[in-house]
Design a protein around this ligand. Structure first.
Ligand code: MCN
Length: 767
């Protein structure tokens, strides 16, 4: 076959090659690793949201069977501060202690740690530690936290406000002065937990002989974790190895370095024994970053025709008690997403961050994007209602047209490409919107409560500028690739092999993709922000292309032909027009690695390392439509149907893209219908198990119709945009808009998530 007529792998819906192992119990998660001499770590955690530690008695725990070490804050040795991205001006913060010192500032904060011969013995001993607390006034509600008489989560700061970050662009005053009408919304975004199937865990091993430290971590970012750990421990980065083995989901919450990981590493060094800690589900609810946790107020200035002239808004973010690595990212990315796919050019936004005595917050599927998308999409529906326009029509009137790219938002952010009307048109077509509206009118005649809601979104993807990849054709002609990205459910082994196989003309099964180990991989950033396909994929594509061109030169030498006369065939090169003159990658690999007979200008080896750089994000987009029915007697909402049309540029693997859409939708559905982390006024977590924190199950899923449009990104050679978060962004506003539409005859104009039966029933009764 010639270069032109090979069937490319990119674009094919291949099944995931990593799955057979995972679904037959052969995965290797942190908790599965067997190691001689393994010791186990457990924590005693604060039952108080805010308290002074008066006394701490560890004698009984030290004497308990199987106990190797009991430590409190002072026993950890000198440790540096936890690094985090401090990107906001005037930020106030306190140092996050790894084991609590004289004060505990949220429930679940580790106060002491026990290492023992088994996990059960460690837990039993931890319970023998006696702590005397003097309760201090807690603050659990960020809005209350901003009032002058509020208790202070960190009295030494003199305020609960961590930052106040104003943004302004265009002429907002003029836009509002010119407006024919102004609409307002107040939105509670709820507080969510990421709850990946595998809770967090760490195994740390110190090798005293080589003075090297290795951590197996449930992380999305081995290199960032390593850099942060090196800084905290004061340990040389090059002697520190972080391995992400199989990781059972992350959704953003396995992004930062956590204190349990630091304590495990410090203790493995002290004891010179491997130490493992695995979180229970309740520990995960208490300590792993939570998300959204925001309240917004916004207003939109509209012309009589429904053109959105300007936006003014304020969002208060609950940061919890401490900042972890990427805690400031959600407030920042919410601000870049409040314009959605709309032309609006005048805006003013104030983001406030507030400390409370609760778990830390940070990125979780969407990482601030869903807050921005929800804000603009609820505002759009409110605008449609006020203007008497169809919600689809008002969006159409405001979409950025396809010929207006690159587009700049009032906050100076550039969108690379898009065709927003086309995605919405496709939704309309798949949903048969006009018929749906007729069905709704008929349903209302029959006294049924039936609603239709739409939403559109844009999503910044391929974020943080660069990613790395290595491609090597081995001596045998088989291909080893190493990606800097670190999948934990996304299927990179499958999709990256598709990209490489096409570049080299080899079979998909002849490519192995390795990841998640700082040893033997180039420096990298990691997997979040829907960045891996775009950045990691392009790094590997370019590395493979470099290897291919070197291979072509070596093949030409073997075939005694000119490189220009060679074409890539199945598994190697062929002289154009001479089908019998072929050489496979096995011979080229052998030639390159044996080294003998190589032309003087060629170095031995057949591999390339590429750091691919893309300075601006690529903006994915899409639209969704929800059909809901409400039971008037019980208030129960049933999402009957959801149509999702997403655009992530060129598709590498449509099957995996669909999987991302379905998974992201399920999480958006959970946020909208079921999930909410609740703290009492006393700072106690009231949703610490799956009995109180409800996540969607298979039978909660509606009939979900998934489709795509394709608008390539001009910013990378593969034309790829990311797809990991969009459907988690679009589901909440589309479903809430549908429920508000259903309840319009009852005069309801807004209901906060989650849309529980009780809340809806009360809204109906208020008529
Ligand atoms: N893909 C594709 N073609 C495209 C874009 C993406 O075939 N044009 C494929 C990719 O090759 C990859 C998957 O879709 O297999 C997701 O790619 P991408 O959008 O680049 O996102 P990342 O791989 O960087 O993954 C991060 C993203 C985020 S931000 C969250 S949160 C999330 C998500 O992925 N967490 C997940 N999906 C998840 N899926 C699982 N199973 N578990 C998680 O924790």
């Amino acid at each position: 076959m010639s270069e032109g007529d090979r069937q490319p792998y990119v674009g094919r819906p291949l099944r995931r090659t990593e799955d057979p192992k995972l679904v037959t119990g052969r995965g290797q998660y942190v908790d599965d690793i067997k190691m001689p001499g393994l010791a186990h770590l457990a924590f005693l955690r604060s039952p108080h949201a805010h308290a002074r530690v008066i006394a701490l008695r560890t004698d009984a725990a030290r004497r308990a069977p199987g106990v190797l070490r009991v430590v409190t804050a002072g026993d950890l040795g000198p440790l540096g501060p936890l690094p985090f991205m401090a990107m906001l001006p005037g930020l106030k913060h306190v140092r996050c202690p790894y084991l609590a010192g004289p004060v505990v500032d949220s429930t679940g904060v580790p106060v002491a740690a026990v290492v023992a011969e088994s996990a059960a013995l460690a837990r039993d001993a931890a319970e023998l530690i006696e702590v005397e607390y003097e309760p201090l006034p807690p603050i659990a509600d960020p809005e209350r936290g901003l009032q002058p008489d509020a208790p202070l989560s960190h009295p030494e700061l003199g305020t609960n406000q961590a930052f106040s970050w104003p943004l302004k662009g265009g002429d907002v005053e003029e836009a509002f002065a010119r407006a024919a009408r102004v609409v307002k919304v107040r939105l509670d975004h709820g507080r969510l937990a990421g709850v990946p199937m595998e809770p967090r865990g760490v195994l740390a091993r110190y090798d005293a002989g080589s003075d090297e430290l290795t951590l197996w971590l449930t992380t999305q970012n081995p290199f960032l974790s390593r850099a942060d750990l090196a800084a905290v421990l004061g340990f040389p980065e090059h002697k520190l190895r972080v391995i992400a083995p199989d990781v059972g989901g992350g959704f953003g919450v396995k992004g930062p370095l956590y204190r349990e990981e630091i304590v495990a590493a410090a203790l493995a060094r002290q004891l010179e024994r491997p130490v493992r800690w695995i979180s229970t589900r309740t520990e995960d609810f208490l300590t792993t970053i939570q998300a959204r946790a925001a309240v917004s107020e916004a207003e939109g200035a509209l012309t009589a025709e429904g053109e959105l002239l300007g936006i003014r808004g304020k969002t208060i973010f609950d940061l919890g008690a401490h900042l972890l690595g990427l805690s400031l990212v959600p407030p920042m990315s919410h601000s870049t997403h409040i314009f959605g796919p709309y032309r609006v050019q005048n805006a003013e936004l104030l983001s406030l961050g507030v400390y409370t005595n609760t778990a830390p917050t940070g990125p979780y599927r969407g990482s601030g994007r869903p807050v921005g998308v929800y804000l603009i999409e609820r505002l759009m529906d409110e605008a449609a209602r006020a203007a008497g326009l169809d919600p689809v029509e008002i969006r159409r009137r405001n979409f950025i047209p396809p010929d207006a790219f690159p587009h700049r938002t009032p906050f100076g952010v550039s969108y690379d490409s898009g065709n927003y009307a086309r995605a919405m048109d496709r939704v309309m077509e798949l949903a048969d919107y006009q018929r749906l509206r007729r069905d709704q009118a008929a349903a209302r005649e029959r006294g049924e409560i039936f609603g239709i809601g739409v939403a559109a979104y844009v999503e910044s993807t391929n974020v943080l500028g660069w990613e790395s990849g290595v491609v090597r054709v081995e001596r045998s002609g088989k291909v080893t690739a190493v990606t800097g990205s670190s999948p934990h459910g996304q299927g990179h082994e499958t999709t990256f092999a598709q990209i490489i196989a096409d570049q080299l003309g080899v079979a998909h099964e002849d490519v192995i993709v390795r990841h998640g180990d700082t040893l033997g991989a180039p420096q990298s950033i990691g997997t979040f922000g829907s960045r891996s396909a775009g950045l990691g994929g392009n790094a590997l594509a370019q590395a493979a292309a470099e290897v291919r061109e070197k291979g072509r030169r070596l093949a030409a030498r073997l075939l005694e032909a000119s490189p220009d006369d060679l074409q890539l065939g199945r598994g190697g090169f062929q002289v154009k027009g001479v089908p019998e003159k072929v050489v496979g990658w096995d011979r080229v690999g052998e030639f390159a690695h044996r080294g003998m007979g190589l032309p003087p200008e060629e170095k031995p080896g057949l591999e390339a390392t590429v750091f691919f750089r893309q300075d601006q994000p690529s903006w994915s987009f899409g639209a969704g439509l929800a059909v809901v029915r409400v039971d008037g007697d019980t208030g129960e909402v049933r999402v009957e149907r959801f149509v999702a049309v997403d655009d992530c540029g060129n598709a590498i693997n449509p099957l995996l893209i669909d999987g991302q859409i379905v998974g992201g939708f399920a999480q958006g559905l959970g946020q909208t219908m079921l999930e909410r982390i609740v703290y009492g006024e006393d700072g106690q977590l009231l949703t610490g198990t799956f009995m109180e924190y409800a996540i969607p199950r298979a039978d909660d899923m509606p009939d979900l119709v998934v489709d795509r449009t394709v608008t390539p990104s001009p910013l990378n050679p593969l034309g790829v945009k990311g797809v990991g978060e969009g459907s988690a962004c679009v589901a909440p506003p589309a479903i809430v808009n549908a429920v508000v539409d259903a309840l319009a005859p009852f005069g309801v104009t807004h209901v906060d998530m989650p849309l529980t039966a009780e809340k809806i029933w009360r809204a109906i009764q208020r008529r």
